[in-house]
Design a protein around this ligand. Structure first.
Ligand code: GAL
Length: 976
């Protein structure tokens, strides 16, 4: 059997291994071998059949598999009717003993076979695998070509003497685990397979085997330089041609070009370069740009740029690590539409197609090497490969294969050595090799905080308070003064921050304000772009999106893999909409008097000329007027004022309403159509009173000892509301708890000694409050019920005083909340009232923030105005159910049953949550598909809410958003 203890792949004879080179688009013929292959899954190496490499091996009883794809995906079992094993999820821990370099005996094997025809035999032929996850052994026509390691890197074999005209048989045996698995401990599914394209490429004699394009741009002169190194097979020179600039020259010359248009993520100007020999022409888009670090700043084309980034993994809910090209395109367009300008390819080099698109659409990319050994951290970093000599070649091999493959992409502005691999000489050696090969890009790695062999200082999840110190060079010094001085001269990036798991992250604004406060701060990359949900079924065969633990894993990390701005199907989560506002490259503000618009341009290179500006005024009754605003062009990083047009002023003067100004694309871009909104801002003069003229009207209808006040019926023995007019009301109670979010279940990094917030809540009983009637009074003014709300075994409590007063058409409720009894040192999740009404009430209209949800530290994208939705539409479909979907700043809402009945509520602005299930059901569900309506419409009206934070990984709720217990008063009005 194959030796799986070698951390580097080998070819037999070694001459078959192709020297790592750039992925090039050539006019030499290429034959794709993607498609359906024969496939056999074996649970262990010992179970794998012998002799599969023989061309005449009988594979007729094997199943099939699409190439590329990950073999363990449930899609295969469902669609192809075969057991192909299962995915397994771990974050830090290895799913096998830490026993390097040995893989476990329980090591699944996937055998892949393909028969294919070759029409015409050409002199030199290469077999190229763009990515094989696991350790592969490859045979062509029965001849062993070699083995591969490095799952997200290309492996290329010279098969000139093996390939034949006519029928060929290619066999790829992949063992899931090998020594190399110790280097691939990224936080994601373990998913072996042929994950990227496979092709047979003819390599002409005298063809171009590699190209290295070196460009730069001088902002002072507007000129650039171009040097193209070409490796021509058999020696000889190549000619380069840059038709647009009239350049025709031999490769190898350094050309000074007087005028070039630079490449940046904002203006991704590409030129088409051809490199030719008589035998072959390759074509590649190139960009002129310079990346430098100067004065502790990260500069592109001489200017400090701010990275508004996301971390992106490769994942698809059906095909696993193989992501279809149209999905990648869709993702990158979505990123651009949401003002993302940078991608960290966490934590391995991506499918090369992503880089092509990033060049074209405009993203700054950190290309990260396929190295992570995080699981050694759990054993005190003992025998960490990053510092063990026997792994040195494997580290260098990976660095080299990444740099050689990707070196020509203008989008790549930094190389990253990997992620969470501790520190050690093998990482230092990678850095040295990269520097020697490509000095034009700085080197990034987060795991080495002394930054001895790095060019930028990077951290993950640092709280804003730490970032604030770094912004002003006030960080605590390193022990070694030389290293400290070196690091103090570096710019700082948050390679991961704002963990987008479940409902959240909260606190994005605070980071962005810091990033904009100091040119030392390069910005950061949200963790993470994408949830890694897998489409599967539950034990009863019902469809659901699965996460860690759903596939029989021995060890796993649950739903920690579901932490993205978009779902696995690339559906935006509310936090993506919020991020778009926080990242907006243009900031708009309306002055307090409502006369002037201020435009702050936060683009680094681009004026506002490509934008159009508009206003819209929505009156309190929902009617709207709109028009355009003339704004003179504002230069990059500049700011200007523009008067609002007379029509807008006149509309606003007509009464209470909301004025919205926005900046939209004036013309179609590659990633969005004209009219796409880039930024907006609002000014509101709406108050609850302007929405509710009867609010202060006198009492109507007599109250009585039966508990009627206006339309409210209050139960005299409990103080609970039981009806509003003819609408029956149940479950009336004070609500201080919420179904814990993923962030509530995390331990904030600054409060690591405390249990997670969700446990602190249950420890004091917020999830099981009971009520005792203290007093009940009724007179002709109304009904007043005082209850004491508390939890079993505790002496803390809350006095809830509800005074109901009849008003025209309805009832007014004055609420007072007063802590009573022993103190609790635990924030409340919310301070609200909840109740349920019949489930037919399923259509909601509200004036407040929307259409999306918001909490005190989220919801930046929710804007004031009238909104409507069904109760179902108000739910955020989190994979693991949790508190979500509140609408903030609600001044009034109307809940109707479609048959003419409606419940209306107004009063002091509140947060509104409406659900077809109870808080308890929401908290108990582990997967969204378990939630089903219970026939009631459940309503929570929150006077106050605790923030969301990002404690699932990172700091908890920032102090300004913590809801400490305390007295409160508010007023509501119900009409039915
Ligand atoms: C980081 C790590 C990521 C991911 C994240 C939490 O430590 O680099 O890969 O695990 O935490 O989701």
């Amino acid at each position: 059997m194959i030796d799986l203890t070698a951390p580097v792949g080998e070819a037999f004879p070694p001459a078959r291994a192709r020297t790592p080179a750039a992925t090039l688009s050539s006019d030499a013929p290429v034959q794709s071998l993607d498609g359906m292959w024969r496939f056999r899954y074996s649970r262990t190496v010992a179970d794998a059949p012998d002799g599969v490499e023989a061309p005449d091996y009988d594979d007729s009883d094997w199943s099939e598999i699409p190439v590329p794809s990950s073999w363990g995906m449930p899609w295969h079992d469902r669609t192809l009717g075969a057991d192909h094993g299962a995915p397994a999820y771990t974050n830090v821990q290895y799913p096998f003993p830490v026993d390097p370099p040995f893989p476990p005996d329980a090591n699944p094997v996937g055998d892949h076979r393909l028969r294919f025809d070759v029409q015409e035999l050409l002199p030199r032929t290469e077999l190229r695998f763009a990515g094989i996850e696991g350790a592969a052994t490859v045979w062509l026509n029965g001849t062993l070509l070699g083995t591969t390691r490095g799952s997200r890197l290309p492996s290329v074999f010279d098969v000139s003497d093996v390939v034949i005209a006519g029928a060929n048989v290619l066999v790829v045996r992949i063992a899931q685990f090998s020594a190399a698995s110790y280097l691939e401990d990224q936080d994601m599914w373990w998913l072996p397979g042929i994950i990227r394209r496979v092709e047979l490429a003819s390599r002409p004699h005298g063809g171009i085997d590699d190209v290295f394009v070196h460009t730069d741009y001088d902002p002072a002169t507007g000129g650039g330089t171009l040097t193209v190194d070409a490796v021509v097979h058999g020696g000889g020179t190549a000619e380069i041609r840059l038709a647009e600039l009239g350049v025709v020259a031999p490769a190898g010359d350094t050309l000074a070009l007087d005028t070039v248009e630079p490449w940046s993520a904002e203006q991704p100007r590409l030129y088409e370069l051809t490199v030719s020999t008589p035998a072959e022409t390759v074509t590649l888009p190139i960009g002129f740009r310079t990346v430098e670090i100067r004065d502790a700043q990260f500069l592109v084309n001489g200017r400090p740029v701010l990275l508004r980034g996301v971390n992106r993994h490769e994942h698809h809910p059906d095909s696993g690590r193989a992501v279809p090209r149209d999905t990648v395109e869709q993702e990158l367009r979505l990123m651009k539409q949401h003002n993302v300008n940078a991608i960290r390819t966490s934590h391995y080099p991506p499918d090369p197609y992503l880089l092509e698109l990033a060049d074209r659409l405009g993203f700054y990319v950190i290309d990260e090497c396929d190295v992570e050994t995080h699981g050694f951290g759990l054993v005190g970093w003992r025998r960490n490969p990053s510092d063990e000599p026997e792994w040195a070649d494997a580290y260098l091999d990976r660095a080299r294969r990444m740099v050689e493959r990707d070196k020509n992409h203008p989008c790549i502005v930094m190389w990253s050595l990997g992620n969470e691999a501790g520190t050690g000489r093998n990482l230092a050696a990678m850095s040295e090799w990269i520097r020697g090969r490509d000095a034009s890009r700085p080197i990034h790695y987060e795991g080495e905080q002394d930054c001895a062999y790095l060019d930028v200082w990077s951290r993950m999840y640092a709280p804003p308070s730490d970032v604030a110190l770094i912004a002003t060079f006030d960080e605590p010094p390193l022990d070694d003064p030389d290293l400290d001085a070196r690091r103090r001269a570096m710019p700082f990036v948050l390679c991961e921050y704002a963990h987008a798991m479940g409902n959240g992250p909260g606190g994005l604004d605070e980071y962005q304000e810091l990033f904009e406060s100091s040119p030392r701060l390069m910005g950061g990359f949200i963790w993470e772009w994408l949830e890694h949900g897998i489409r599967t079924t539950d034990a009863d065969g019902r469809p659901r999106i699965g996460y860690g633990g759903d596939f029989g894993e021995v060890v796993h990390d649950g739903n920690f893999v579901i932490d993205g701005l978009v779902s696995a199907d690339r559906e935006p989560r509310p936090q993506l909409e919020d991020l778009a506002v926080v990242f907006a490259p243009v900031r708009l503000t309306i002055d307090p008097a409502g006369q002037t618009l201020t435009v702050r341009n936060r683009y680094d290179f681009t004026g506002t000329g490509s934008l159009a500006f508009a206003w819209r005024f929505e009156a309190a009754d929902g009617t709207a007027t709109e028009g355009r605003i003339e704004v003179p062009e504002v230069a990059a990083r500049a700011q200007a004022d523009a008067p609002l047009p007379q029509e807008a002023l006149a509309a606003s003067a007509g009464g209470a309403g909301v004025l919205t100004v926005s900046a939209v694309l004036a013309a179609d871009a590659d990633w969005a159509e004209a009219g796409h909104e880039v930024a907006w801002s609002q000014r509101s003069t709406v108050t609850s009173a302007s929405l509710d003229s009867t609010r202060t009207a006198p009492a109507a209808g007599a109250a009585s000892m039966t508990g009627n006040a206006g339309i409210a019926t209050v139960e005299p023995r409990t103080g609970a509301l039981v009806a509003l007019g003819d609408i029956d009301v149940a479950d009336w109670r004070l609500e201080l708890w919420r179904a814990p979010t993923d962030n509530d279940r995390g331990r904030g990094w600054e409060e690591r000694d405390e249990p997670p917030m969700s446990e602190r809540w249950t420890a004091v009983g917020l999830d099981r409050l009971v009520s005792r009637l203290v007093s009940f009074d009724a007179d002709s003014d109304g009904v007043r019920a005082v209850t004491r709300v508390s939890a079993a075994a505790h002496d803390w409590g809350v006095l809830l005083d509800c005074a109901w007063t009849g008003v025209v058409d309805g009832v007014r409720l004055d609420v007072s909340v007063m802590p009573d009894g022993g103190p609790i040192a635990v924030p409340w999740a919310r301070l609200g009232l909840s109740f349920s009404i019949p489930g037919e009430f399923g259509a909601v209209e509200w004036f407040g923030r929307g259409p999306g949800p918001g909490y005190p530290d989220t919801g930046q994208s929710a804007r004031l105005g009238w909104h409507s939705a069904t109760v179902d539409e108000l739910q955020t479909p989190h994979v693991r159910p949790q508190e979500s979907g509140a609408r903030r700043d609600v001044h009034a809402f109307r809940l109707s049953d479609g048959k003419g009945r409606a419940l209306r509520t107004g009063g002091d602005p509140f947060a509104l949550t409406v659900r077809p299930w109870s808080t308890e059901a929401l908290a108990a569900a582990t997967h969204r598909e378990e939630l089903a309506g219970d026939g009631r419409t459940h309503i929570v009206i929150d006077h106050l809410q605790h923030g969301i934070g990002t404690a699932s990984c990172g700091p908890g709720v920032l102090s300004q958003y913590v809801l400490w217990p305390g007295p409160a008063r508010f007023q509501l009005r119900f009409t039915a």
